[in-house]
Design a protein around this ligand. Sequence first.
Ligand code: ADP
Ligand code: MG
Ligand code: MG
Length: 339
Amino acid sequence: MKKRILLLAGGQSGEHEVSLSSARSVLKALPQDVFEVTPLVISKEGRWLESGASRLALEAGHAETGGDLVLSGAQRANDFDVVFPLLHGPMGEDGTVQGLLTLAGLPFVGSGVLGSAVSMDKVMAKSVLAAHGVPQVAYRLVLRGEWRQTPEAVVAQARELGFPLFVKPANLGSSVGISKARSEEELTPALDLAFSLDRRVILEAMTSGKPRELEVGVLGNDAPTASVVGELRFGADFYDYHTKYTEGEATMHIPAPVPRAVSERIRELALTAFKALDCAGLARVDFFYVEATGELYLNEVNTMPGFTTTSMYPKLWEASGLGYAELVTRLVELALEAR
Ligand code: ADP
Ligand code: MG
Ligand code: MG
């Protein structure tokens, strides 16, 4: 019997289109004699499209409207053996969809409710990782109500961290809503922008100078393994949305040209983080490395990283000896494994 896989893609976040291109790659790669894959596209409004409309949306690369309410969509999901929620950002990577699938009794690829939700929230993840001794930049949590009622107290917290600092919505990705505030004057617009997207905002001290950005793939459930380490290089001031999604703005270097001690430490920290956050299946763990000072910080854990054939996560595994189709097959196996 072929395994019937429901591939969820699209979704309500700013990474809707990225998710659809990842899904097209997965659909092509899964061996058809072993798997029967049905794509189900979630529109930007959060509705679940019928199979015909899903295939069309997949080709078009986006779905604005149309489709069923989530609950009737979930009912349809019951006809499948495994769900692959290839969704990025809020309402997909943050535990919401994982909760729905858990309620429906469906096995799915990737982290469960806890691992997804905690990893998605940059502040919550940092608190957990700090308890496990993982090195991170200094940070402060600010709530929208605090910014409205006592802005001077928020500015005081920023001063403690020092400028420049990064201002980020706690629960987004793809650099959406992130600013580098170079001075107190730049802080207000940065906070206004971040609070227009999230109730929770993180202020982060900047590394001493522009860091090198190193990433590693983790694969497995309770006994995960780490891939080789890769590096992203770009000319921009930081890895913003434009740099991430404009062809030719950034290059990938695998394996990253760093001393062996650094890549080994990164792989070890990534596995510690994966376990501490209760991740499952897969995660891409991102680091900052400042060569001049030897600073190495864990930046973030992405529980559903970009997954096109040219994305960092699959490329890291390819360089570690696991090709794209084998990787996807392994993820399905991990989803079906009893934990
Ligand atoms: P996202 O989840 O949207 O990818 P990140 O926290 O990874 O958000 O931040 C996006 C980018 O901003 C990073 O890849 C890096 O280029 C830059 N950046 C973020 N925080 C810092 C920091 N504390 N110091 C230096 N650069 C940072
Ligand atoms: Mg992220
Ligand atoms: Mg990032």
